[in-house]
Write a protein that binds this ligand. Structure first.
Ligand code: IVH
Length: 678
């Protein structure tokens, strides 16, 4: 075999650098400089050369990122320096005691500087660089011995295969946490559901499961990332004197470090850092289980030394857990506004993710089956990042004798009407309609809610009371409520009764789209209601529209058209509408608008975070007026994301998907441009 020509060697070297450069711009910075085809062309050429001369393949070639043939097993790695764990604290007093112990040992009263960092919930790993080239990645394992996961680590785009910059040490062991972002986790699970693959319970398990893949081609397709937080072996090169200096060096060499780290002087500042971080927790795009507080100066760390397995110079300040075990006491079946029957778990109250949780949805009977859960089982409840609590798994080993199976009801638990089973949607539905007290209550709650008629002061508890006493039999009865009737109710003073009556009066004049939405027609959400209002202009025209003319409206298919027609064909519903109008409800109507002519027609927006000038629902209404579709979550179909302050995972998902993001100022000027008043 002939040796590769010199030109080929230098071409490959140049290609490695160029491809790695563009791959960083694309994957890490979201700022590609060259078109995808050009990138593919360069990459293909690189692969072509490597295929012809495999001896030229270097460990830092971009080709190493795509994964390789599955391994037959994991090889053990003995850590040159042990990977320690941390002692935990949960209060300011414990933090003070931590510092007092340090000061005593150091025989100094001086304030100590700490490097404070988020404690990322992922998998601890060690990366070994020799002459700047990544040669090995290993898990922490038991701290002394881990597993070789080099094949997987190399597929992670944020981890440099070769360090860049100046004064690179001859040997450097970098330690840190590999994790999955919340957005990456959601996208991955969505894809898994689509293709019928296993879904992961949480980002941490997903990261751990992915790193344990023997087939790194699978790892390469999963969105893992890393933050580096310390070093182990460091040979050749300058020895840093503080941890914050190490972070600077890491950053300079291209290693990912957490921007949320901070050096704090003394325990008060460190405690404030922890509290701030806790407030930020739900808005971060990765899961954390606390903060880590480490003495910043290595000299002091060395004098402090360690206990059996944990250093004396660091502490984990733990936040409330987001997954906790508790007991499932019972399952009740709740009936929603449109009759959908949902199993709801009644739990032994448990403190999880910072709040006490006693209920969790089980979604549907398929979910009950998938979990294999029984009454009296110990279950793991999860509440993370502001989402509603969910049962994620069952501790089967703790199952008690006589644990009861959960069976679906055969009649509506509220009104005893028959249940209709919708095979496709795995849903059960009560056929009782407004005869069913639960549906009646829910439809009134919906009618009065903010995006509908927005009746301030007519809340859930009050509505339940009014329905129970048969004062409210339908939404139309709301307009007969008077101060006398209301002030006779429990916990209702005359003043609040008066306020409520004025709020009811005020709700008589709202835009047509809100009235349509308030009626609670099946599958007619805010956006469809707006489309109907735009297309027909007035209520009568919608009531009389044929199924064909309804279907002509964009976004309305034959199923929704059928639901709309069925609603208005029902005499009972027409009577209610009649009563509403007689009571003085006057939807604000306007001439029909041709949707095609609206400036934002066909565009999908997502609004996230807090806007100064208006609430999110107002922002949504204004966008819909301009013809935009407003979605609740970010997906590949989103065109624009409007991000207010404190925007969290939706913003990061948008960034990840490369969706255009505009801030509040740009949004306001967009409205102004189209003469929409704020
Ligand atoms: S420092 C002696 N820093 O927490 C120093 N650990 O119980 C030991 N972790 O296994 C680690 N974020 O997986 C450190 N910024 C951070 C961290 C962090 C997460 C994890 C790590 C370790 C565990 C310690």
């Amino acid at each position: 075999m002939s040796a590769p020509p010199k030109e080929v060697i230098s071409e490959l070297e140049a290609l490695c650098q160029t491809v790695e450069h563009h791959s960083r711009l694309y994957y890490r910075d979201d700022k590609p400089e060259i078109p995808d085809q050009e990138y593919d062309r360069l990459f293909d050429r690189l692969l072509e050369i490597e295929k012809q001369w495999p001896e030229l393949i270097t460990p830092d070639s971009p080709s190493q990122r795509v994964g390789s043939e599955p391994l037959s097993g994991f090889v053990q790695v003995v850590h040159e320096l042990p990977m320690l764990s941390l002692d935990k604290i949960v209060s300011f007093e414990e933090l003070q005691r931590f510092e007092a112990r340090i000061q005593k040992r150091l025989e100094s009263e001086a304030d100590i500087s700490y490097s404070c960092e988020p404690k990322v919930d992922g998998v601890a790993v060690s990366l070994l660089y020799e002459e700047g080239v990544l040669i090995r990645g290993a898990t922490r394992g038991d701290g002394a011995i881990g597993e070789d996961i080099t094949h997987n680590v190399k597929t992670i785009r944020d981890i440099p295969l070769r360090l860049s910059g100046k004064q690179i040490p001859r040997r450097l062991e970098v330690r840190g946490e590999i994790f999955m972002t919340r957005a990456g986790f959601l996208i991955m699970n969505e894809k898994a559901i689509e293709s019928g693959d296993k879904v992961f319970v949480n980002p941490r398990n997903a990261a751990a499961g992915t790193l344990r893949q023997l087939d790194s081609r699978i790892t390469a397709r999963r969105p893992l990332t890393m933050f580096c937080y310390s070093h182990g072996v460091l040979e050749g090169g300058e020895q840093p004197s503080t941890l914050s200096e190490v972070f600077e060096c890491f950053d300079h060499w291209g290693l990912p470090v957490n921007p949320a780290r901070h050096v704090c002087k003394g325990v008060h500042a460190s405690y404030d850092y922890c509290q701030d971080l806790l407030k930020q927790r739900d808005h971060l795009d990765y899961e954390i289980d606390g903060a880590v507080i480490k003495v910043n100066r290595f000299e002091l760390q060395d004098s402090l030394g360690m206990n059996a397995r944990t250093p004396r110079w660091a502490m984990a300040y733990k936040f409330p857990a987001e997954e906790v075990a508790t007991v499932l006491n019972d399952v009740e079946f709740q009936v929603g506004r449109t009759g959908t029957i949902t199993p709801v778990a009644r739990l032994e109250p448990v403190f999880v993710g910072g709040v006490t949780v006693s209920n969790a949805t089980l979604h549907n009977m398929d979910e009950v089956e998938r979990l294999g859960v029984r009454i009296s089982d110990t279950v793991v409840v999860r509440r993370a990042g502001d989402v509603i609590p969910k049962i994620v798994s069952v501790v089967k080993s703790a199952r008690k004798k006589g644990a009861r199976n959960i069976s679906a009801p055969d009649k509506c638990p509220i009104c005893r009407s028959d249940i209709e089973h919708n095979e496709e949607e795995v849903l059960m539905r009560c056929t009782g309609g407004l005869f069913c007290r639960a549906q009646r209550t829910q439809s009134i709650i919906h009618f009065a809610s903010r995006p509908a008629m927005d009746i301030d002061g007519l809340g859930i508890k009050l509505i339940e009371q009014l329905v129970d006493r048969e004062i409210l039999k339908s939404v139309a009865d709301i307009y007969s409520l008077d101060v006398d009737t209301l002030s006779n109710l429990e916990r209702m003073a005359e003043k609040s009764a008066g306020n409520l009556v004025s709020a009811i009066e005020k709700s008589k004049q709202v835009p047509l789209a809100r009235v349509i939405f308030a009626l609670g027609i099946r599958e007619v959400g805010e956006a469809t209601a707006q489309s109907l209002a735009n297309a027909f202009g007035e209520l009568d025209a919608i009531i009389n529209a044929s199924a064909e003319s309804l279907e002509e409206i964009q976004d309305i298919g034959n199923i929704v058209a059928h639901h709309i027609r069925a609603f208005f064909d029902e005499n009972h519903n027409l009577e209610i509408i009649d009563k509403l109008l007689k009571a003085g409800v006057r939807p604000i109507e306007s001439a029909p608008i041709n949707k095609d002519e609206l400036p934002l027609n066909g565009r999908t927006y997502v609004v996230t975070g807090t806007l100064e000038a208006m609430g999110r629902s107002q922002a949504k209404e204004k966008l819909q007026q301009l013809g935009a579709r407003v979605a609740g979550s970010v997906s590949a179909k989103t065109d624009w994301v409007i991000a207010g302050s404190g925007a969290g995972s939706k913003l990061s998902k948008a960034e990840e998907l490369g969706i255009e993001i505009i801030d509040e100022a740009a949004f306001l000027s967009l409205l102004e441009q189209h003469d929409i008043l704020v």
